[in-house]
Design a protein around this ligand. Structure first.
Ligand code: PGA
Length: 316
Protein backbone atom coordinates (compact mmCIF):
# COMPACT_ATOMS: atom_id res chain seq x y z
CA UNK A 1 0.00 0.00 0.00
CA UNK A 2 1.47 3.37 -1.05
CA UNK A 3 1.88 5.75 1.87
CA UNK A 4 0.53 9.04 0.53
CA UNK A 5 -1.42 11.67 2.41
CA UNK A 6 -4.48 13.45 1.04
CA UNK A 7 -2.52 16.70 1.29
CA UNK A 8 0.25 15.30 -0.93
CA UNK A 9 -2.32 14.20 -3.50
CA UNK A 10 -3.86 17.70 -3.49
CA UNK A 11 -0.44 19.26 -4.02
CA UNK A 12 0.30 16.82 -6.82
CA UNK A 13 -3.08 17.43 -8.53
CA UNK A 14 -2.61 21.22 -8.51
CA UNK A 15 0.98 20.91 -9.79
CA UNK A 16 -0.11 18.57 -12.59
CA UNK A 17 -2.99 20.87 -13.58
CA UNK A 18 -0.78 23.96 -13.74
CA UNK A 19 2.39 22.25 -14.96
CA UNK A 20 4.25 24.39 -12.44
CA UNK A 21 5.33 24.21 -8.78
CA UNK A 22 5.06 27.97 -8.42
CA UNK A 23 1.49 28.22 -9.64
CA UNK A 24 0.41 25.23 -7.53
CA UNK A 25 1.98 26.93 -4.49
CA UNK A 26 0.06 30.15 -5.28
CA UNK A 27 -3.23 28.31 -5.61
CA UNK A 28 -2.77 26.37 -2.37
CA UNK A 29 -1.33 29.31 -0.37
CA UNK A 30 1.84 27.39 0.51
CA UNK A 31 5.47 28.01 -0.38
CA UNK A 32 7.14 26.65 -3.48
CA UNK A 33 9.72 24.61 -1.46
CA UNK A 34 6.80 22.95 0.40
CA UNK A 35 5.30 21.93 -2.94
CA UNK A 36 8.63 20.49 -4.13
CA UNK A 37 9.20 18.57 -0.92
CA UNK A 38 5.66 17.11 -0.93
CA UNK A 39 6.12 15.96 -4.53
CA UNK A 40 9.53 14.51 -3.64
CA UNK A 41 8.03 12.45 -0.80
CA UNK A 42 5.18 11.27 -3.00
CA UNK A 43 7.60 10.27 -5.77
CA UNK A 44 9.65 8.30 -3.23
CA UNK A 45 6.54 6.53 -1.92
CA UNK A 46 5.48 5.58 -5.45
CA UNK A 47 8.96 4.65 -6.58
CA UNK A 48 8.67 6.23 -10.05
CA UNK A 49 9.14 9.80 -11.30
CA UNK A 50 5.84 11.69 -11.69
CA UNK A 51 7.10 14.67 -13.72
CA UNK A 52 9.66 15.44 -16.39
CA UNK A 53 10.96 18.97 -16.56
CA UNK A 54 11.49 20.56 -20.01
CA UNK A 55 12.57 24.16 -19.78
CA UNK A 56 10.28 25.80 -17.26
CA UNK A 57 7.33 23.49 -17.77
CA UNK A 58 6.60 20.21 -16.05
CA UNK A 59 5.21 17.29 -18.03
CA UNK A 60 3.54 14.23 -16.53
CA UNK A 61 5.20 10.84 -16.92
CA UNK A 62 3.03 7.73 -17.52
CA UNK A 63 2.94 7.15 -13.73
CA UNK A 64 2.07 10.85 -13.24
CA UNK A 65 -0.83 10.61 -15.70
CA UNK A 66 -2.21 7.53 -13.96
CA UNK A 67 -1.89 9.22 -10.57
CA UNK A 68 -3.65 12.36 -11.84
CA UNK A 69 -6.60 10.27 -13.02
CA UNK A 70 -6.71 8.52 -9.64
CA UNK A 71 -6.60 11.84 -7.76
CA UNK A 72 -9.44 13.24 -9.85
CA UNK A 73 -11.56 10.16 -9.09
CA UNK A 74 -10.80 10.40 -5.37
CA UNK A 75 -11.58 14.13 -5.17
CA UNK A 76 -14.80 13.73 -7.16
CA UNK A 77 -15.94 10.98 -4.79
CA UNK A 78 -15.07 13.06 -1.75
CA UNK A 79 -16.98 16.06 -3.19
CA UNK A 80 -19.97 13.82 -3.83
CA UNK A 81 -19.75 12.50 -0.30
CA UNK A 82 -19.73 16.03 1.13
CA UNK A 83 -22.79 16.92 -0.95
CA UNK A 84 -24.53 13.76 0.23
CA UNK A 85 -23.81 14.61 3.87
CA UNK A 86 -25.13 18.15 3.34
CA UNK A 87 -28.23 16.67 1.73
CA UNK A 88 -28.75 14.32 4.67
CA UNK A 89 -28.49 17.33 6.96
CA UNK A 90 -31.29 18.94 4.97
CA UNK A 91 -29.25 21.45 2.92
CA UNK A 92 -27.98 21.31 -0.63
CA UNK A 93 -24.40 22.49 -0.73
CA UNK A 94 -21.50 22.07 -3.10
CA UNK A 95 -20.51 22.65 -6.70
CA UNK A 96 -22.37 22.21 -9.94
CA UNK A 97 -20.20 22.13 -13.07
CA UNK A 98 -21.97 22.64 -16.38
CA UNK A 99 -20.60 22.56 -19.93
CA UNK A 100 -23.03 24.24 -22.28
CA UNK A 101 -23.00 24.99 -26.05
CA UNK A 102 -23.20 28.61 -27.10
CA UNK A 103 -26.87 28.81 -28.03
CA UNK A 104 -28.02 27.30 -24.73
CA UNK A 105 -26.67 30.38 -22.96
CA UNK A 106 -29.87 32.12 -24.06
CA UNK A 107 -31.88 30.23 -21.45
CA UNK A 108 -29.61 28.16 -19.15
CA UNK A 109 -28.49 31.15 -17.02
CA UNK A 110 -32.11 32.00 -16.34
CA UNK A 111 -32.93 28.45 -15.27
CA UNK A 112 -29.77 28.48 -13.16
CA UNK A 113 -30.84 31.76 -11.57
CA UNK A 114 -34.06 30.34 -10.17
CA UNK A 115 -32.33 27.06 -9.25
CA UNK A 116 -29.72 28.94 -7.19
CA UNK A 117 -32.43 30.97 -5.48
CA UNK A 118 -34.03 27.72 -4.42
CA UNK A 119 -30.68 26.30 -3.25
CA UNK A 120 -28.48 29.23 -2.18
CA UNK A 121 -25.67 26.95 -0.94
CA UNK A 122 -24.73 25.86 -4.45
CA UNK A 123 -21.76 27.28 -6.40
CA UNK A 124 -22.00 27.00 -10.14
CA UNK A 125 -19.27 26.87 -12.72
CA UNK A 126 -20.79 27.43 -16.17
CA UNK A 127 -18.58 26.89 -19.18
CA UNK A 128 -20.09 28.12 -22.44
CA UNK A 129 -18.31 26.94 -25.58
CA UNK A 130 -18.85 25.36 -29.02
CA UNK A 131 -19.62 21.79 -29.90
CA UNK A 132 -16.04 20.69 -30.47
CA UNK A 133 -14.85 22.09 -27.15
CA UNK A 134 -17.78 20.46 -25.32
CA UNK A 135 -16.66 17.10 -26.75
CA UNK A 136 -13.16 17.78 -25.47
CA UNK A 137 -14.51 18.64 -22.01
CA UNK A 138 -16.53 15.40 -22.05
CA UNK A 139 -13.45 13.37 -22.88
CA UNK A 140 -11.64 14.96 -19.95
CA UNK A 141 -14.61 14.50 -17.58
CA UNK A 142 -14.55 18.20 -16.70
CA UNK A 143 -18.21 18.80 -15.89
CA UNK A 144 -21.14 17.11 -14.15
CA UNK A 145 -23.64 17.77 -16.95
CA UNK A 146 -23.42 18.89 -20.59
CA UNK A 147 -26.03 20.65 -22.68
CA UNK A 148 -25.62 20.25 -26.41
CA UNK A 149 -27.58 19.58 -29.60
CA UNK A 150 -25.79 16.63 -31.06
CA UNK A 151 -24.41 14.14 -28.53
CA UNK A 152 -21.39 12.38 -30.07
CA UNK A 153 -22.23 8.81 -31.18
CA UNK A 154 -18.85 7.39 -30.25
CA UNK A 155 -19.04 8.16 -26.54
CA UNK A 156 -20.73 6.28 -23.75
CA UNK A 157 -23.26 8.89 -22.57
CA UNK A 158 -26.59 9.03 -20.76
CA UNK A 159 -28.68 11.56 -22.70
CA UNK A 160 -32.13 13.02 -22.55
CA UNK A 161 -33.73 15.40 -25.08
CA UNK A 162 -35.54 18.28 -23.40
CA UNK A 163 -36.25 21.14 -25.85
CA UNK A 164 -36.44 21.89 -29.58
CA UNK A 165 -33.59 23.93 -31.01
CA UNK A 166 -34.69 25.02 -34.50
CA UNK A 167 -32.05 26.61 -36.73
CA UNK A 168 -33.49 29.40 -38.90
CA UNK A 169 -32.29 31.69 -41.69
CA UNK A 170 -31.81 35.19 -40.29
CA UNK A 171 -31.53 38.30 -42.47
CA UNK A 172 -31.75 42.04 -42.11
CA UNK A 173 -35.29 43.43 -42.29
CA UNK A 174 -34.15 45.28 -45.44
CA UNK A 175 -33.09 42.11 -47.25
CA UNK A 176 -34.87 41.65 -50.63
CA UNK A 177 -36.17 38.21 -49.53
CA UNK A 178 -37.62 39.55 -46.23
CA UNK A 179 -41.37 38.93 -45.95
CA UNK A 180 -41.44 36.54 -48.96
CA UNK A 181 -43.05 33.14 -48.44
CA UNK A 182 -41.78 29.66 -49.25
CA UNK A 183 -38.46 30.86 -50.65
CA UNK A 184 -36.76 28.00 -52.56
CA UNK A 185 -33.52 26.99 -50.84
CA UNK A 186 -31.66 27.46 -54.15
CA UNK A 187 -32.40 31.20 -53.91
CA UNK A 188 -29.64 31.29 -51.27
CA UNK A 189 -27.08 30.31 -53.90
CA UNK A 190 -24.37 32.97 -54.05
CA UNK A 191 -25.84 34.91 -51.06
CA UNK A 192 -23.26 36.67 -48.85
CA UNK A 193 -23.22 34.51 -45.72
CA UNK A 194 -21.85 34.83 -42.21
CA UNK A 195 -20.66 31.48 -40.94
CA UNK A 196 -19.93 30.23 -37.43
CA UNK A 197 -16.35 29.10 -36.77
CA UNK A 198 -14.90 25.67 -37.48
CA UNK A 199 -15.90 23.25 -34.69
CA UNK A 200 -19.37 24.78 -34.30
CA UNK A 201 -22.34 22.39 -34.36
CA UNK A 202 -24.49 25.05 -36.04
CA UNK A 203 -21.95 25.34 -38.85
CA UNK A 204 -21.89 21.57 -39.31
CA UNK A 205 -25.70 21.36 -39.53
CA UNK A 206 -25.85 24.24 -42.05
CA UNK A 207 -23.09 22.78 -44.21
CA UNK A 208 -24.83 19.38 -44.27
CA UNK A 209 -28.13 20.92 -45.41
CA UNK A 210 -26.50 23.10 -48.08
CA UNK A 211 -24.48 20.12 -49.36
CA UNK A 212 -27.66 18.03 -49.56
CA UNK A 213 -29.42 20.63 -51.73
CA UNK A 214 -26.25 21.70 -53.56
CA UNK A 215 -26.52 25.28 -52.35
CA UNK A 216 -23.32 27.24 -52.35
CA UNK A 217 -23.40 30.44 -50.34
CA UNK A 218 -20.61 33.02 -50.45
CA UNK A 219 -19.00 32.98 -47.01
CA UNK A 220 -18.06 36.56 -46.42
CA UNK A 221 -17.20 36.40 -42.78
CA UNK A 222 -16.54 33.74 -40.17
CA UNK A 223 -17.41 34.61 -36.59
CA UNK A 224 -17.22 32.64 -33.37
CA UNK A 225 -20.10 34.39 -31.64
CA UNK A 226 -23.84 34.29 -32.31
CA UNK A 227 -24.21 37.83 -30.98
CA UNK A 228 -21.49 39.15 -33.32
CA UNK A 229 -23.20 37.38 -36.24
CA UNK A 230 -26.49 39.08 -35.38
CA UNK A 231 -24.75 42.46 -35.40
CA UNK A 232 -23.15 41.69 -38.77
CA UNK A 233 -26.56 40.71 -40.20
CA UNK A 234 -28.05 43.95 -38.88
CA UNK A 235 -25.13 45.75 -40.58
CA UNK A 236 -26.25 44.05 -43.83
CA UNK A 237 -23.02 42.11 -44.30
CA UNK A 238 -24.99 38.99 -45.17
CA UNK A 239 -27.46 36.40 -43.93
CA UNK A 240 -26.83 33.50 -41.58
CA UNK A 241 -28.37 30.42 -40.02
CA UNK A 242 -28.58 30.41 -36.24
CA UNK A 243 -30.64 28.86 -33.49
CA UNK A 244 -34.00 30.58 -33.13
CA UNK A 245 -33.12 30.92 -29.44
CA UNK A 246 -30.50 33.55 -30.33
CA UNK A 247 -33.43 35.85 -31.10
CA UNK A 248 -34.86 35.49 -27.62
CA UNK A 249 -34.41 39.13 -26.63
CA UNK A 250 -35.23 40.74 -29.98
CA UNK A 251 -38.43 42.78 -29.79
CA UNK A 252 -40.72 44.18 -32.51
CA UNK A 253 -38.14 46.90 -33.22
CA UNK A 254 -35.45 44.37 -34.12
CA UNK A 255 -33.42 44.92 -37.31
CA UNK A 256 -33.53 41.18 -37.93
CA UNK A 257 -36.07 38.92 -39.52
CA UNK A 258 -36.45 35.20 -40.10
CA UNK A 259 -36.64 34.18 -43.77
CA UNK A 260 -39.23 31.58 -44.74
CA UNK A 261 -36.87 29.31 -46.67
CA UNK A 262 -37.77 25.77 -47.80
CA UNK A 263 -36.28 22.95 -45.66
CA UNK A 264 -35.94 25.30 -42.70
CA UNK A 265 -35.95 25.28 -39.78
CA UNK A 266 -33.27 22.64 -39.40
CA UNK A 267 -34.80 20.57 -36.63
CA UNK A 268 -32.38 20.07 -33.80
CA UNK A 269 -33.00 19.31 -30.15
CA UNK A 270 -31.16 20.07 -26.98
CA UNK A 271 -29.94 17.22 -24.90
CA UNK A 272 -28.69 17.08 -21.39
CA UNK A 273 -25.96 14.48 -21.11
CA UNK A 274 -23.52 12.98 -18.65
CA UNK A 275 -20.82 10.38 -18.95
CA UNK A 276 -22.12 6.82 -18.88
CA UNK A 277 -21.38 5.08 -15.61
CA UNK A 278 -20.91 8.39 -13.80
CA UNK A 279 -22.61 8.64 -10.44
CA UNK A 280 -24.31 12.04 -10.50
CA UNK A 281 -23.86 14.14 -7.39
CA UNK A 282 -26.96 15.06 -5.36
CA UNK A 283 -26.72 18.57 -6.78
CA UNK A 284 -26.26 17.55 -10.41
CA UNK A 285 -29.28 15.25 -10.08
CA UNK A 286 -31.33 18.07 -8.51
CA UNK A 287 -30.39 20.40 -11.38
CA UNK A 288 -31.17 17.75 -13.98
CA UNK A 289 -34.68 17.31 -12.53
CA UNK A 290 -35.16 21.08 -12.31
CA UNK A 291 -34.04 21.58 -15.92
CA UNK A 292 -36.47 18.97 -17.23
CA UNK A 293 -39.29 20.57 -15.24
CA UNK A 294 -38.54 24.20 -16.20
CA UNK A 295 -37.35 23.94 -19.81
CA UNK A 296 -40.82 23.83 -21.46
CA UNK A 297 -41.15 27.51 -20.35
CA UNK A 298 -38.28 28.37 -22.68
CA UNK A 299 -39.56 26.95 -25.95
CA UNK A 300 -39.66 29.21 -29.03
CA UNK A 301 -42.87 29.73 -31.06
CA UNK A 302 -43.34 27.87 -34.35
CA UNK A 303 -42.17 29.96 -37.32
CA UNK A 304 -45.66 30.59 -38.74
CA UNK A 305 -46.60 32.32 -35.47
CA UNK A 306 -43.55 34.60 -35.35
CA UNK A 307 -45.37 37.61 -36.79
CA UNK A 308 -48.11 37.39 -34.16
CA UNK A 309 -45.90 37.36 -31.04
CA UNK A 310 -44.44 40.39 -29.30
CA UNK A 311 -40.96 38.89 -29.21
CA UNK A 312 -39.28 36.19 -31.24
CA UNK A 313 -39.54 34.01 -28.15
CA UNK A 314 -42.50 32.92 -26.09
CA UNK A 315 -40.33 32.45 -23.02
CA UNK A 316 -40.99 34.25 -19.76
P1 PGA B 1 -22.39 25.52 -31.56
O1 PGA B 1 -23.60 24.75 -30.92
O2 PGA B 1 -22.13 26.67 -30.64
O3 PGA B 1 -21.27 24.51 -31.58
O4 PGA B 1 -22.78 25.96 -32.94
C1 PGA B 1 -24.88 24.82 -31.33
C2 PGA B 1 -25.37 23.47 -31.80
O5 PGA B 1 -24.58 22.49 -31.82
O6 PGA B 1 -26.57 23.41 -32.13
Amino acid sequence: MIQATLHQLKVFEATARHGSFTRAAEELFITQPTVSSQIKQLTKAIGLPLFEQMGKRLYLTEAGKALLQTCQDIFERLDNFEMKVADLKGTKQGQLRLGVITTAKYFIPRILGSFCQKYPGIDVSLNVTNHQQIERRMMENQDDLYILSHPPDDMDLATQAFLDNPLVVIASKNHPLAGKQKIPITSLDGEPFIMREYGSGTRQAVQNLFAKYKVSVRVRLELGSNEAIKQAIAGELGISVLSQHTLISEGKESDLTVLDVEHFPIKRRWYVAYLGGKQLSVIAQAFLNYLLEQSPNYSVPPLHLLSTVENFSSSN
